[in-house]
Structure formats: C-alpha cells, structure tokens
Write a protein that binds this ligand. Structure first.
Ligand SMILES: Cc1cc2nc3c(=O)[nH]c(=O)nc-3n(C[C@H](O)[C@H](O)[C@H](O)COP(=O)(O)OP(=O)(O)OC[C@H]3O[C@@H](n4cnc5c(N)ncnc54)[C@H](O)[C@@H]3O)c2cc1C
Length: 398
C-alpha cells in the first residue's frame, strides 16, 4: 500500500493550494482529482480578488480579465464600486494550481475518484481510490486526510462534518460562457431583480474574449418551483436589461452546480480536516467561495505541518485549525449568514423585499436615510438617488 503523510481529496482551489503549501515544506502529499484535469467540470463565474490570484499565479495567461469596477443593477437604479478583482476560467486556474502543487512536490493523480475512507484504530487513514481510466481500485494510507472535494464531499460521512441539515440553505447556479464582451471589459455586472429570482441574481463577468454569464438562486426558491435554467434563458433572451446585450451571442460552454452557502459545525477531527465548499465556506450573500477556499488552505497548512512535526494527529491538536479559521473567515461568514437568514425570512413579507434589504445592508452607505426608506418602499416614494459628490458611485438609471 502506498503511504503518504497527507492525502488531499479534490484538486480544486482549496485542495491544490493546501497540497502546494504542504509539499513546499517537504510533506509527502498525495493530491487526488476525479477529473481528467482539475477544473474540467467545475461550474463557476471565476471572479476572485486580485491579491488572492497574485499570491499563487505567476503566469499572466491564467488571468482572463482585470476587473476594476463592480456594478450592481437593481430595479430602482445602479450602484457601482471600484474594485481590484480578476476573472479566470476554472479549467485553466485549477489546472495551473494543481500542477503548481505537483511542481512543489505533491503527487497529483487525476482521473481518480476517492470512493471511501476509514480512520484505523492506529490513527492512520486509509482511502479507497478508483482509477477511472483502468477501472482499477486500490487503497492508499496517510496520517491525515484533507477533504477538499466540494459540496458532495466524502467527509459528510463523518457526523462531525455533517451537512444534510444545511441543504435548504444551498443555492444552485448555471454559469455559461457566451462569445464576446457586451460592455467595458474591466467592469462586471450583477443584476438583482425579482423577475430573475426574489433571492438570487444574474451576472455578466467579462473574460478575455468571451463572457461568463449566469443566474443562481437558493434551494428554497427551487423547492417553490423556480427553474434556474429557465431563468437563465429569460436573462439571455427576454429580460429588458440583458437581452439586448446577450440575445444574439453564441453559447460556448454550459455548466451548473450547487453552492453550499452554510458552514458546517466543525472543521477537524482525529486525522481529518475539511475545507472549501466541502465545509460550506462560501459567502451566503453572494455565493463566492474562491477567496475563502484559499484562506482555509492557508490556515490549515501550518496546523498540519505542526501535527506532522509533533507526530500528533488527534482532534485536540488539529482543532487549532478551527481556531485559526475563526478569526480569518468564520466571523465574517457567520455575520453574512445572519443577514442572509433575515433576507430569506423577508421573502414572507414580499417577493421584492430580499433585494431591497440586501441593497440597504450592503450598499447602505451610498444612500441617505431618506433614500434607504425609498428603497424599502420602492416604488411608492419614487426612486432613490445615491449620495452626491461620491466619485465611486454611478448614478441611478431609472
Ligand atoms: C455556477 C457557480 C458560479 C460561481 N461563481 C463564483 C465566482 O464567480 N466567484 C467565487 O468566488 N465563487 C464562485 N462560485 C463558488 C466557487 O465555485 C466555489 O466556492 C469554489 O469552487 C470552492 O472551491 P473548492 O476547491 O472548495 O471546491 P471545488 O472547486 O468544488 O473543487 C473540488 C474538487 O474536488 C474534485 N472531487 C470531488 N469529489 C471527488 C472525489 N470523490 N475524488 C476525487 N476528486 C473529487 C472535483 O472534481 C473538484 O476538482 C460559484 C459556484 C457556482 C456553482
């Protein structure tokens, strides 16, 4: 049986960054990816903060577009902010990160699915693998397993990492690539409108030569009968603000996927850690998870290295990872979770309320108190306008 110090399951962003950081410090790491190459089947808008991108990517060809302006378009008007972000294609970005991990010394096996795992009484972990090319099954052993295998993680079989009760808070989104860029290539647009989804949004993110477009909403809406794919076609063909931009464009790629927008309770156990989407580390307000996946890998790597140095893989030792996460991202995500619960409950008041609440909470500083009232009561009191003399803000369009 092949033996490693750490087996990382899933060569997405979380797994590849973790494997690279560990292998770079000399740990014996196996990085397992079910697809032919990392990112091949990942559905994503591909938008992340540039400082995160810059920390791991040297090759400028991996960046699709430098995004310097976020524009949020709502039924009563538009708000824009300066930003420093990039777009990537996950099939390029994840592949780059997984190969970088391999260059740092991790053993990367692709087309190999992890089927199951056991923590032995010795504390060692055995992971059963399937080589999808040869159909051969084999087992590998390690001191620690890291679950970075996305929403449908194998880690869910551990009661400490349970996520079934989180499912109502997940979202589903489609991300398509369409030819060309319909506006300024350094701008990304998010459309918040109850016609798309009472709680959810549509987006257009420019790539180098094409655009990533999509629509997503929460499971509660899907349970209520909202069909996300139909909403995406509405976004492309009918919605008055986007149809003129998208209607005639050829669709180049189609993908869809779950977004686990609720944290699980624990992130470590004896000989096990869990990170990224597998642990629900996604913004419950905007569904973004790439930055959090990187944060988690950066918090996790030194804890694992210390465990290896001390030869201690107990839950008590690995719990330092949970503690490190608290400051780095959990506080922020829990605050967002509270706001998101409030927003979901506001659906009971009126279909238009979630977007109004989000606008007041997320962009409130751009509006006077009276204009916030106008948003909440819209369209009764007319349209709000953003504060004058704010160079960061574009004016309302309606
Ligand atoms: C449509 C859509 C759009 C999104 N847009 C954005 C965005 O613009 N910006 C943003 O920040 N976030 C976005 N997200 C969320 C983001 O994609 C995730 O938060 C991010 O991918 C999490 O990274 P990860 O490494 O934890 O998991 P993943 O990216 O899911 O990686 C998991 C990896 O594990 C592999 N794997 C799974 N099971 C196994 C197994 N049993 N054995 C071996 N390998 C396995 C998978 O093939 C995959 O490569 C979007 C999500 C969706 C669905």
């Amino acid at each position: 049986m092949e033996k490693y110090e750490v087996i990382v399951i899933g060569a997405g962003v979380a797994g590849s960054v973790l494997a690279g950081l560990l292998a770079g410090k000399g740990a014996a790491v196996l990085l397992v990816e079910k697809d032919e190459y990392a990112g091949k089947t990942t559905a994503c808008g591909g938008l992340l903060d540039k400082p995160y991108f810059d920390r791991y990517v040297r090759d400028p060809a991996v960046m699709e577009q430098h995004i310097t302006r976020n524009v949020f378009i709502m039924p009563w008007g538009t708000v824009g902010f300066d930003c420093d972000q990039v777009t990537v294609k996950r099939r390029v970005f994840d592949r780059y990160l997984s190969q970088k991990a391999a260059r740092s010394g991790a053993r990367l096996v692709t087309s190999t699915r992890a089927l199951g795992y056991r923590v032995k009484s010795s504390g060692r972990v055995e992971v059963d693998l399937l080589d999808r090319r040869t159909r051969e099954r084999y087992t590998v052993e390690a001191k620690i397993v890291a679950f970075a295998d996305g929403p449908h993680t194998l880690g869910r079989h551990n009661p400490r990492f349970r996520q079934d009760h989180n499912r109502p808070f997940w979202a589903y989104a489609y991300a398509y690539e369409v030819e060309g860029i319909p506006f300024d290539s350094q701008e990304m647009r998010i459309y918040l409108d109850p016609q798309l989804a009472p709680w959810g949004y549509g987006w257009i993110f420019p790539n180098r030569y094409d655009s990533n477009i999509g629509v997503g909403t929460i499971q509660a809406e899907i349970d209520r009968g909202v069909r996300v794919k139909e909403k995406l076609y509405y976004f492309i063909e009918t919605f008055e603000l986007t149809a003129p931009l998208l209607k005639e464009r050829r669709i180049l790629d189609k993908k869809g996927g779950f977004i686990p927008m609720k944290l699980i309770r624990h992130f470590s156990d004896d000989s096990q850690v869990i990170l990224g989407d597998a642990a629900g580390m996604v913004s419950p307000l905007f569904g973004a998870g790439i930055d959090y996946a990187i944060d988690a890998a950066e918090v996790c790597a030194p804890v694992i290295l210390e465990s290896l140095a001390k030869n201690d893989f107990s839950r008590q030792q690995l719990q330092q990872y949970d503690q490190g996460l608290e400051e780095r991202l959990l506080k922020d995500l829990r605050k967002q979770e509270m706001v998101s619960r409030l927003i979901i409950h506001s659906l009971k008041i009126h279909q238009r309320f979630p977007i109004k609440l989000l606008a007041v909470i997320a962009f409130g500083s751009q509006y006077t108190r009276w204009d916030k009232m106008k948003i909440l009561a819209h369209p009764l009191l007319g349209s709000p306008s953003v504060k004058a003399n704010n160079p960061n803000v574009v004016l309302a369009h309606k």
